[in-house]
Design a protein around this ligand. Structure first.
Ligand SMILES: NC(=O)c1ccc[n+]([C@@H]2O[C@H](COP(=O)([O-])OP(=O)(O)OC[C@H]3O[C@@H](n4cnc5c(N)ncnc54)[C@H](OP(=O)(O)O)[C@@H]3O)[C@@H](O)[C@H]2O)c1
Length: 227
């Protein structure tokens, strides 16, 4: 079973559709009110910042879980120079991207450990590696995933569970569409390949991580050559 958080749009939705096409048993979560997804039995509303909700979700799915793959796509962003930033907005990014990912993992690990199998894929970002003005909250939330991933990998390696991050560059899907065309052109000039990534690269990398039982605690950069 594949469970994808943040599957209402962007990368999560793309992966949901690809794995469904492959014939996998896939569940997705959404966060904002969405009448269409409310009617879809494969989708469940979830706020990853609320641990009681991630516990409830896994409790609901538990009896149907085998070969559990957890793909943590839920995320948000807040752009502001640190000295002008709203402390509440800053903390919300950490609570969603880092603590929210931990909540999902914390709720899922007992089932994975019991079944001696698990695959966890988290989404980090090139932004955490390159130092971009205005991104301190986002960069902190994403680099936090690296340390968390290493520790959880070691704790669970003997239980058939792997956990890894994909450090994404800029993809032609999701969050990038929220910034102006002008900024998109500036970003493209910094990418050696000269273009935003095709999200199929993300799907192939997730497939690779699912199929690999000896790859854990690490991160794969998919970024068109940005360093
Ligand atoms: N797109 C890129 O180029 C890129 C690059 C680097 C890293 N990433 C990372 O990849 C992941 C997916 O990115 P994306 O571009 O597809 O993002 P996106 O289009 O902005 O979608 C974000 C998803 O997260 C959900 N979400 C937001 N707050 C949530 C909460 N509190 N609880 C549960 N779900 C919540 C949203 O649900 P609703 O729609 O229901 O509100 C939506 O499904 C993110 O972690 C992002 O940081 C993306």
């Amino acid at each position: 079973m594949i469970l994808i958080t943040g599957a209402s749009r962007g990368i999560g939705k793309f992966l949901f559709d690809k794995f469904t096409e492959d014939g996998e048993k896939v569940y997705g979560t959404y966060y904002s009110e969405n009448p269409e997804l409310e009617m879809n039995e494969k989708f469940i509303q979830l706020d990853v910042t609320d641990f009681s909700k991630t516990e409830e979700l896994i409790g609901k799915l538990r009896s149907g879980i085998s070969k559990f793959v957890l793909i943590n796509c839920a995320g948000n962003n807040y752009n502001s120079f640190a000295h002008k930033s709203s402390a509440d907005e800053w903390k919300k990014v950490i609570l969603t991207n880092l603590t929210g990912t931990y909540h999902m993992i914390r709720s899922s690990l007992p089932v994975m450990r019991e079944q001696n199998y698990g695959r966890i894929v988290n989404f980090a970002s090139v932004v955490a590696e390159t130092g971009i003005p205005g991104t301190s909250a986002y960069a902190a939330s994403k680099s936090g995933l690296w340390g968390m991933t290493r520790s959880i990998a070691v704790e669970n390696a003997s239980k058939g569970i792997t956990i890894n991050n994909l450090n994404l560059g800029y993809f032609d899907i999701g969050m990038i569409n929220e910034v102006s065309e002008e900024y998109q052109q500036i970003v493209k000039k910094k990418i050696p390949s000269g273009k935003f990534g095709d999200p199929v690269n993300i799907y192939k990398a997730v497939r690779f991580l699912i199929e690999s039982d000896y790859l854990t605690g690490t991160s794969i950069d998919i970024n068109g050559g940005i360093f």
